[in-house]
Design a protein around this ligand. Structure first.
Ligand code: IVH
Length: 688
């Protein structure tokens, strides 16, 4: 599969971004984004690389299990790599995880797996080595293979036992215990207060405070910091055999190692999903920060069978909470016109996951707001999704500017109708005063997509209005450029409904000529007229080239209608619209297959009935011609009749044909069909 250019570019940019944040975090110890934002970037890159594996390079940040160990501490190899976890953000992803496991193990779909669920602590992973119950060393995770020796600092954490408890159960000869070092929220707040008093820069969040504290060269500084630890797993163990994760947790606790009392053992994935919901509710009240839950297959035997990928085990997943903020780049600023005529600038951004959905646009409210926040096209920005579906730009990251960013200038004309914009004296909002502008546009588009026209299910007038208001569509052809991420940013759209609409739009691209004609919304061209024209000309090019007179030759089309159609197609604006629609992939089906079979083609195999007097030839001659061309001539109209050719003063056959909805050809149409001309000149239409 070829990798689309935008994808390649996005991957490149994500890698640069992540490398930059790694540097800020690990080398400078001064991150500029939250861990959630970092995770969102990493997640996006992982997803793209999974979809396009050919883009993976050895230096991609995804190919590294963690961070490189700092030069400051002695490197410590981990006897068993400290892996990371795959992230899930939605129920669907978690359900898939459960299914994947059963598939891998060859278990039936309805098998109920026992899981342990634990809060995912937002701190930093460490490994403590106990030999015969005595703490020998402690290290950070580092890159997962080699960590940093932080033994002296670990020893200052009060809840870390320097010797394991052996009252109930003798400790094993070797125990590598793994857990998360963290700082409570309150302790973090106090620490920052003190730092600010002393003129030191505050830590961005408890996790950074914990990491910074643990990675102090002077252990006496660490000792001052209120660090804590929860243990959640093991590395190499000698002298004790565990059967389940649950047993690991309870045994670690018996040995005096702190484990999170909120951990649970559950049956089946749905129970784990419920636990996630409960923890999300409890999250604000917890004294420490968590960024999700970790779901682990309880049985170690099954864990063993499932094994691991390079970076993460197959038997566990981090079911994360949604980040409410993210970082992305503004590609462009466009204008949306609302129902009241308010013209609002909207930032078009590189799609980014925030608060559970992928978003690609954010409202900028008005020009004053843009000026106040100094938001420019090309800026990297922090966006936030609060209660609303449409996210908001919090601020630009000015330190990332390259100088290529452009200042946005509000135009003085409406982007939809071109009318001059107006603004009240004390108002911040510019408005289009043209009352026809918004409603007319919405009506035009709603008609185009309606059931008898392009028949795009799920795109009713309300949705059209939402799309126009959000600036996602500004004219009919824009419908065919709607992205799923655009829809997800609208109220009332979920993953499923967005995909359904995208599919419906795609399906509508193949359309009959008559529906397409009707959809264009040409004055006086209703469904019946559209059908007549389509039947007559057969294809769109012929219609576009036809003159008013040509339309007049069609029975049922009067002078007013003919004029309206002809002038519509003569207007270059309209011709461009048609071209744009074709460029978007709309394929208009020809009404009858005559183009390549001119002459004999259309007649062959068809049955004809004649009524009335022909002026150009005797009826007998016409019958002969039909027969010569492989057609049949019948004397009565029936359900097998394909065409009734009506000359002057037609009889009851004409009425019957009308009743039965059989195509009635005028003499000229008939002559066209058989390749004869009525006036001695070639009357061939392009279509026939
Ligand atoms: S288990 C192979 N359990 O999440 C399984 N990890 O992305 C490895 N974490 O590096 C981890 N709470 O720092 C596990 N209850 C928990 C955890 C937890 C926090 C962190 C840990 C790890 C990262 C994985």
């Amino acid at each position: 599969m070829a990798v689309p250019k935008e994808v390649q570019e996005r991957i490149k940019r994500l890698r640069e971004e992540i490398d930059y944040h790694n540097y800020r975090y690990y080398v400078l110890d001064s991150p500029v984004i939250s861990d959630e934002e970092y995770d969102a970037l990493m997640q996006e890159l992982l997803e793209l690389e999974e979809r396009y594996p050919e883009t993976i390079t050895p230096d991609s940040p995804t190919q590294r299990v963690g961070a490189p160990p700092s030069e400051k501490f002695k490197p410590v190899p981990h006897s068993i790599p400290m892996l990371s976890l795959d992230d899930a953000f939605t129920r669907a992803e978690v359900l898939e995880f459960d299914i994947r496991i059963k598939k891998f193990l060859g278990l039936p779909d309805d098998f109920v797996i026992e899981y342990t669920v634990e809060p995912k602590m937002d701190g930093l992973a460490v490994e403590l080595v106990y030999e015969d119950g005595v703490l020998k060393s402690g290290s950070t995770r580092g890159d997962g293979i080699t960590g940093e020796d932080v033994t002296a600092n670990i020893r200052t954490i009060k809840s870390v036992p320097l010797r394991l408890i052996s009252r109930n159960l003798p400790p094993p000869s070797l125990l590598e215990a793994r857990g998360e070092v963290y700082m409570e929220k309150e302790a973090f707040r106090r620490l920052n207060q003190e730092r600010e008093k002393r003129g030191q820069p505050p830590f961005a969040n408890p996790r950074n405070a914990a990491a910074g504290s643990l990675r102090q060269l002077d252990p006496s500084v660490t000792a001052q910091r209120p660090l804590d630890i929860y243990f959640y797993g093991i590395g190499l163990v000698k002298g004790h055999l565990f059967k389940t994760q649950w047993e690991i947790l309870s045994t670690l606790k018996k040995w005096g190692l702190r484990t999170n009392p909120m951990a649970r053992k559950l049956q089946g994935i749905r129970a784990a999903i419920n636990y996630h919901e409960k923890m999300a509710e409890k999250r604000p009240e917890l004294p420490y920060e968590i960024d999700g839950i970790v779901i682990k297959v309880n049985s170690l035997e099954l864990q063993h069978k499932l094994g691991s990928k390079t970076r993460s085990p197959r038997w566990a997943i981090a079911y994360k909470f949604e980040a409410a903020q993210a970082i992305t780049r503004i590609r462009d600023i466009i204008l949306s016109v609302g129902r009241t005529g308010a013209v609002t600038p909207v930032a078009i951004m590189e799609p980014v996951r925030v608060g559970g959905v992928t978003v690609s646009r954010a409202t900028l409210h008005n020009q004053d707001e843009i000026r106040r926040k100094d938001i420019r096209i090309g800026d990297w920005v922090i966006i936030r999704r609060a209660g609303d579906v449409i996210p908001e730009v919090v601020k630009p990251l000015k330190e990332r500017r390259t100088g290529a960013e452009k200042v946005f200038q509000m135009p003085d004309r409406c982007p939809v109708c071109g009318h001059r914009l107006e603004k009240g004296e004390d108002e911040a909002v510019w408005r289009c005063p043209n009352p026809d502008c918004f409603p007319r546009l919405v009506k035009r588009i709603a008609h185009f997509v309606s059931k008898p026209a392009m028949d795009i299910e799920g795109l009713g007038p309300k949705v059209v209005e939402q799309l126009v208001t959000a600036g996602i569509i500004r004219d009919i052809p824009d419908i065919y450029h709607i992205q799923k991420s655009d829809l997800l940013s609208l109220e009332g759209f979920g993953e499923r409904s967005a995909q359904n609409l995208i599919d419906a739009i795609e399906a509508s691209k193949k359309v009959s000529l008559s529906r397409f004609l009707f959809a264009l919304g040409i004055r006086h061209v209703g469904e019946v007229t559209a059908q007549l024209i389509a039947d007559h000309f057969g294809n769109l090019d012929a219609i576009m080239d036809a003159s008013e007179e040509d339309f007049l030759t069609i029975k049922g089309i009067g002078p007013e209608v003919a004029k309206s159609i002809a002038s519509w197609f003569q207007d270059t604006k309209n011709r461009k619209l048609v071209q744009k629609l074709r460029d978007s992939g709309i394929v208009i089906q020809e009404q009858f297959a005559t183009k390549d079979e001119r002459g004999h083609g259309p007649v062959k195999g068809r049955s004809f009935v004649f009524t009335g007097t022909l002026s150009s030839m005797a009826r007998s001659r016409a019958k002969e011609l039909v027969k010569e061309m492989g057609g049949r001539v019948m004397s009565t109209v029936g359900k097998n009749t394909d065409y009734v050719v009506a000359g002057k003063n037609p009889g009851s056959k004409y009425l019957k044909a009308q009743e039965m909805g059989i195509t009635i050809l005028t003499e000229d149409q008939f002559l066209n069909m058989i390749g004869e001309s009525s006036q001695g000149e070639t009357q061939e239409k392009k279509s026939v």
